[in-house]
Design a protein around this ligand. Sequence first.
Ligand code: AP5
Ligand code: MG
Length: 233
Amino acid sequence: MKFFALITLLALPLFAMKPAEDPQTVLIMLGAPGAGKGTQAVRLSEKMGIPQISTGDLFRENLRNETPVGQKAKSYMDKGQLVPDEVVLDMLFERIKAPDCQAGYILDGFPRTIPQAEALDSRLKGRVIAISLEVSDEVIVERLSGRIVCEDCGAPYHMVASPPKQEGICDRCGGKLIQRKDDTKEVVLDRLKVFHKQTEPVKAHYQAKGSLILIDGAVSKEETVKQLDAMLK
Ligand code: AP5
Ligand code: MG
């Protein structure tokens, strides 16, 4: 796969030092709420044949199943605040132990704080590639007010910009499309504040390691796809 060629060129010395259990490909999707992390991560997952792991989707699944993790996360998510690091880390590290993650995976919405990034660093001795989708706050508010997502697989659509083939039905898995509770304007503005304060510093963390790729996410979905594919060839 062409992507492996890029990683080899960029990071051969680091990969040579990786322990055997480290996966070959770890991509991180960074960006504000609504920047397009899920949209691009789902597509890359299908293209690369590795799972997309969205911590937001994992929490929503826990909420639906009324698990203790879901109960802990609910009040934070409803207010647009981050769920405490220890809850996120336990859930995420359990998920990436699964056999489907052995070859690699795409993290969507994780890490979101410096302690989360450091915890991931200490677990993965090798290099990861962090992709930041850059989108202004104004565009974000417009996008999220039109978003609908699959209740089952989490795939995102937009009522105008990227509607499903059949109204109300997920193209990917046939699940029902719904509007997320945290997509009201008030909560979106709070999520943006949290993003700027707690998650933007994570970009500098990966930049310092030479692992950060910036992508213009404010252009059309197709344009974003082109930029990403060119970077990951
Ligand atoms: P999460 O589910 O991760 O939400 P988020 O980061 O706020 O991001 P979104 O899923 O809203 O946006 P997205 O970037 O995936 O955009 P999408 O592709 O859907 O997290 C929810 C909550 O869980 C958090 O608030 C927090 O409480 C908790 N949580 C999760 N992870 C956590 C962590 N690590 N630590 C602590 N707490 C955590 O696209 C948006 C819309 O735009 C869609 O309609 C899409 O079709 C459309 N669109 C996409 N790209 C384009 C484009 N280029 N042009 C036009 N439209 C586009
Ligand atoms: Mg998402």
